[in-house]
Design a protein around this ligand. Structure first.
Ligand code: NOJ
Ligand code: NOJ
Length: 473
């Protein structure tokens, strides 16, 4: 069976009682788009005039010039290469190893964020030949080392599982200090600098960011496990303590008055227009970095309520979203941008922001992840925050005293079905604006829906593969 056909089977629990019918044509498109995305990702890695292990953010070299190795984009892309390794098992290991070596050389390259032995790991991007990028930029961006470590740790655990601890020690992680391996250096940086203000993932605002902190917590959680497996138990304890402290700091991002998670606290510089403090970065953070057993998982009611706020805000913000049916007459959910006050049109910040593919994919992925989590836990909490979600996305209302919805209740299946249908409706939105071959630029126009900004943004393809991956149970 095609993998995409699993969406409904899994989310609807395979139940014959489900009211949901599979959209076969959409499922075929999802398969095809995943293949296309994977090919584009491979083409972005180690291109002819880039160093081995580098990843271009886009082939576009002017208006805008995205021909750089961005630490964040590269980490998210390589994570998907690794997750999709069954497509090409021997290549995946080679690509991850080359990425690890290139990343280590980035760590050792003096750059405007500092010397390697000080703060240099927060440097957001490097030239494709590995040299430092010297022009002014929003720096540092401290999500980078965390995301890079998360990706490389997945590879490290795989190697340990196969008895290749020697390789991990040579290439990825050794306990000694000062750190001489790529993962260890990143984990030490995160452990010691997560409290520092840095620029956000959109490279615009200096402050404390939910996205960055979520990535940092996940790096510390995963790092503690790796350290323990590598007999670095003092470090394991230290990373666990940092994870706990970061987690406590994350609590303050919830705003009971706005009813959503705030994207930034303690603004310290950069753009000022994001008065809503509402940003799809929160959903990206949950998709990419929620850790089982910790707060802010997909079914945390605060995350659910943030998803409602984002959907409603973007529905209003862009006229292209007034079209709610695709060419087949099927439901489409709104195209999602970064935040509604965005002025970056893909080339300059003097324009109007637009919906982004990767942000729209993030909502689809979030609904799939939420469905999977609810199905595996067998329940969802009924709180004022989750009520807004259950009402908006599943038309479910609950009596004042009810505090949980469990599998036994008929409304449970209705919820699971609705989540699957909404995920599909977001994927249709993406399909609507994608070229017939599968190309996706960074943005699609808020009024006419045509693509604009950096062409073939590699992160778009990674975000599609991530969505595709979350079709797994
Ligand atoms: C401004 C944009 O808002 C930001 O997100 C982007 O990273 C930089 N320009 C570089 O293109
Ligand atoms: C601009 C985006 O804001 C940023 O998140 C990204 O890293 C770069 N473009 C490169 O894709």
């Amino acid at each position: 069976m095609h993998k995409a056909a699993w969406i409904l089977l899994l989310l609807a629990g395979g139940a014959s009682t489900s009211a949901v019918a599979a959209d076969q044509r959409l499922q075929a498109w999802i398969e095809q788009q995943a293949d296309f995305s994977y090919q584009r990702v491979l083409e972005a890695i180690s291109p002819a005039d880039g160093a081995r292990g580098s990843v271009m953010a886009s082939p576009s070299r002017s208006e805008p010039n995205y021909y750089f190795h961005w630490i964040r984009d590269a980490a998210l892309v390589m994570r998907e290469v690794w997750r999709a390794r069954e497509r090409n098992p021997s290549t995946a290991q080679l690509l991850l190893s080359e990425y690890a070596l290139f990343s280590r050389s980035n760590q050792l390259t003096s750059n405007p964020s500092g010397r390697p032995d000080t703060l240099g790991l927060g440097e957001p991007k490097f030239n494709m030949d590995g040299s430092a990028y010297d022009a002014p930029w929003g720096r540092p961006q401290n999500d980078g080392p965390a995301l890079r470590a998360i990706t490389l740790m997945e590879y490290a655990h795989f190697l340990i599982d196969r008895g290749r601890t020697d390789l991990v020690r040579d290439l990825l992680y050794r306990g000694e200090l000062p750190a001489e391996t790529v993962i260890k250096a990143d984990l030490e940086f995160v452990a010691h600098h997560w409290k520092d203000a840095s620029f956000d993932l959109w490279e615009e605002v200096l402050g404390d960011h939910f996205y960055t902190r979520m990535a940092q917590r996940r790096a510390m959680v995963d790092g503690a496990r790796l350290a323990r497996r590598m007999n670095d138990s003092g470090a394991a304890l230290f990373y666990e303590q940092q994870a706990q402290a970061i987690s406590e700091s994350l609590e303050s991002f919830w705003s009971p008055s706005s009813f959503h998670i705030l994207t930034t606290l303690n603004w310290a510089g950069g753009h000022t227009e994001k008065v809503s403090n509402l940003d799809v970065a929160v959903i990206l953070a949950v998709n990419q970095a929620a850790s089982p057993g910790w707060s802010f998982s997909p079914s945390d009611p605060r995350v659910m309520s943030t998803a409602v706020r984002l959907t409603e805000a973007f529905e209003q913000a862009y006229s292209v979203n007034s079209g709610k049916r695709d060419h087949e007459g099927q439901a489409m959910n709104p195209g999602i941008g970064r935040y509604t006050e965005d002025r970056y049109n893909g080339v300059g910040t003097d324009g109007l922001g637009n919906p982004w593919f990767l942000a729209t994919h993030a909502l689809a992925e979030y609904f799939l992840r939420l469905g999977a989590e609810i199905r595996s836990s067998g329940g969802v909490l009924i709180t004022p925050e989750s009520r807004t979600f259950l009402s908006r996305f599943a038309s479910l209302e609950f009596a004042p005293g009810q505090s949980i919805l469990t599998r036994g209740d008929g409304r449970f299946q209705a919820l699971v079905d609705s989540l699957a249908l909404h995920a599909e409706a977001w994927i249709r939105r993406s399909r609507q604006h994608t070229s017939s071959a599968g190309n996706q630029s960074e943005q699609f126009n808020r009024d006419n829906g045509y693509m604009q900004g950096a062409r073939d943004l590699t992160w778009n393809y990674a975000s599609f593969l991530s969505l595709f991956d979350s079709l797994h149970p």
